[in-house]
Design a protein around this ligand. Sequence first.
Ligand code: NDP
Length: 245
Amino acid sequence: TKPLEGKVAIVTGGSRGIGAAIVRRLAADGASVAFTFANSKDKADAIVSEIEAKGARAFAIQADSADAAAVQKAIDAAVDHFGTLDILVNNAGILLLSSLEDFPLEDFDRMFAVNVRAVFAGTQAAAKHMQDGGRVINIGSVAAERSGFPTSSVYSMTKGAVAAMTRGLARDLGPRGITVNAIQPGPTETDMNPDPHSNDMLKGLMALGRLGEDREIASFVAYLASSEASFITGAGLTIDGGYLA
Ligand code: NDP
């Protein structure tokens, strides 16, 4: 049997990039997977068809993480659809960069809403439904440990907040046998890193000399979601090809 047979997962921001790889991997491991997206309806529908063609179950829900109530409604809808909830992956995130002088405070609020507020609100909603032995997996970033470059103070702050919130939520949910962890990827090849010149510069900073692939991050999520990872909680777990080394 597959490691996540009979489990139900919900992934935020599952239409592209790391989130899409997580959706595919959890489904391949036997879970029924609901996921949210903001704009990419066609991509979301294609992922559902692809998973269903392989005989697994998937369900896509449009929900903008900037609106915490929409995330909570999406989680309730996923539970209505699949009947229960075992795994929440808070993946949806945005990166908005600007010089300190020009940084729009609207961008501060939007990044905080998507990267932090929605993670808390989503966990709140999921905790109501989650079974003993449940898993909350937050996609943070190595930016919580190292900003690295100018213009990223607010993004780094949001991921530092995810790391701190993860420790707090581990305390809140530990008594119920639910683990909460943050995975902190280093630079990974997705639409979030579109510039080949910046990526060449980043490669020079990685011990492995390359960016990560979305499925390598998904593999770590699959491990944390599995029963193998039952004693890991409250941790900030770096997966970065040696970017911090
Ligand atoms: P992408 O930009 O490639 O994909 C983002 C995904 O999140 C898309 O599915 C997008 O949906 C969804 N999303 C974005 N905004 C919202 C929103 N407001 N509401 C709902 N869904 C939303 O990003 P990555 O895959 O690279 O990043 C995923 C996570 O990993 C983020 O939290 C990011 O901070 C983190 N991370 C990424 C790293 C990297 O180098 N790529 C490194 C470290 C961490 P839609 O398609 O509809 O727009």
